[in-house]
Write a protein that binds this ligand. Sequence first.
Ligand code: ADP
Ligand code: ZN
Ligand code: ZN
Length: 718
Amino acid sequence: GAAPATATSEDGISPEPCWVRVALDVPLMGVFDYRSAVPVSVGVRVAVPFGRRTLIGLVVAQPERPDLDPGQIRDVETILDDVPPMSAAWMRMVAFAAQYYQRPLGEVALPALPGSLRKLASYRGKRSGAGPVARLDARQARAGAKRSKATGETGGERSGAVAGPVDVLPDTVLNEAQNTAVQAILSGQGYRTALLHGVTGSGKTEVYLHVARQILAAGRQVLMLVPEINLTPQFEQALRRRFEPVVGPAGIAVMHSGLSEGERLQAWLAAQRGQARLVLGTRLAIFAPLQELGLIVVDEEHDASYKQQDGLRYSARDLAVWRGHDLGIPVVLGSATPALETWDHARRGRYLYLSLPERARIGELPTIRLVDTRRLALQHGLSPHLINAMRERLARQEQVLVFLNRRGYAPALHCHSCGWVGNCPRCTAYMVMHRDARAGRYVMQCHHCGWRQPVPRACPDCKDQDLQPMGRGTQRLEEHLAELFPGARVLRIDADSTRRKGSAEALFGQVHAGEVDILIGTQMVAKGHDFARLGLVGVLNADSMLFSHDFRAPERLFAQLMQVAGRAGRHLGGAEVLVQTGYPEQSVYQALLRHDYDGFADHALAERKTAGLPPYSYQALLSAEARELAQALAFLSQARELAQNQVQARPGATAVTLYDPVPLRIVRIAHVERAQLLLESASRQALQRLLQVWLPDLPMLAQTLRVRWQIEIDPLEI
Ligand code: ADP
Ligand code: ZN
Ligand code: ZN
């Protein structure tokens, strides 16, 4: 077509409109063009009309010509210039995430910003210039003025580059393996991902801190990811102790989903303005705007919490590797039990492999023993061995952890005369019996949909009144242990006992202060915590994870047991872990006895290779939800046919296997029935190409069949 005539008016201002392409957080693929009187840079937020609403979007391009007839294009309402434009590197990252995880760009880019920067309500009704950023800055200036009045100081905010390595606190003297690791991570230029492999207490954190110190000294920013909010306080403490003298209190920012909107905005701004030199956060912090990023650390890289389980189902660990590669900076993945994907990369030399073979301080790992429960009479699920070992440890003033990954009082309620078991009325799942301590009674609760109801007085089927709890959860275990060890102080830490904000920290504080003799916990206690006086760990019910349908179950079990074992004896020496099992000969347990991750991983990888499972293949999971299972299955079969056609249309390409649609193990949750379709290929590209041509056909199909669907790339649970 002909280029439009460029007429310039006398005052030199082009009367031609500028076009901007905007990503919006709406469930539609694609981006949207608008007209603006003045040019708007990529990475700037704008308020634009969308249908009958006004939305905040992000400018992603300045096209020369719009996609639509210019006559139909609407005007940008407001250009929000309260924060500098998002950097080109940040825009590349969200664009990659959108493309790889098959989501609209706006659904990735906008949720990655703090809520107050993408809500129009934050701006409306306020005087101009008084958006959330200006309000926060004004509030901080007032607080600063108050502080300096009180102390007689002028509150100079430090920002920008760090002058140099100012070591106020002497660092730990590294051992040889740690030194080698630090040197290897820092040597050379540009991108490299290192797997830092070492058991709990081997000194990985110390390696992160030494590397971080060098990167900070070079004037770059550092991003450290941890899997759980619960772990941020103690990590933050370690970071502040070490680095506050260097970067100041404002130089360290924390990002996780437990922050209030104001706190989140403040941390985000500090990161973007370069005041925060070191950002510590959970998975969402991978999207932190850091213009001078020089290092990314992912601690406990194998942890499933790095995978977001709804909306944009991204892996923060995988995005960290991508971001490091894109920026040409080192990435450190640390773990005692690396994900098999990571292990495979290291084995093939794609990642640098760095091992810390021993505990840094006390060179002794806890002894792991298996208690074969097949020939034993258990008392409330506890073997005589475990009970005796507990007695001995308690007599020596040591702490004991009993690990049971099942919260509630009992996993089900059961009628002894007819065999009835209490199901959730809304789900295909048992209701869990809970004790409501405050109300002093029991309730039935569904762990899948949250439904609660009183405990029935009698069996609904046979009217028998002898209903019994079946099995045990942490609450019931707490009751038994209090009976068995009347003198001991028993504390339970699980999702129920830590519901209120700050209560987890308070309970862990009690353990650290030595106010607890027996700690009962779910996976919440397995991670990260360093219990100084813990001499014994008892593991109950590990077998329930062994025979799961999921091919990753053994990997997860091994990691979890190693992690729990790692809680013991970090300062004591002579600590012991007793794992009760009915299947001691299983290879997971045998490898665990020897603390042999390498043996376990190599064996598991060989099995995966034979079966063509990840990391030897790439997967995507299409799931469907409907009122009736039949609808969901019909959608998936038709979708499968569409995919089949696409596969046949390109005979040369690497094969993509399309499995049969299947109902989920728990078919119904909250009256919604669910099924899934697995796609698998030896080639990541082949799978991605298929998804790109296939997924655009699904919205129509889903609408006709009245099905909700989503696609997950690299699913962790199938
Ligand atoms: P990890 O992160 O692998 O669990 P940490 O880095 O937390 O291990 O180290 C475990 C313990 O050993 C910590 O108390 C730490 O201060 C200490 N530590 C680490 N490295 C050394 C070292 N080189 N010399 C002495 N103590 C060390
Ligand atoms: Zn009955
Ligand atoms: Zn339910």
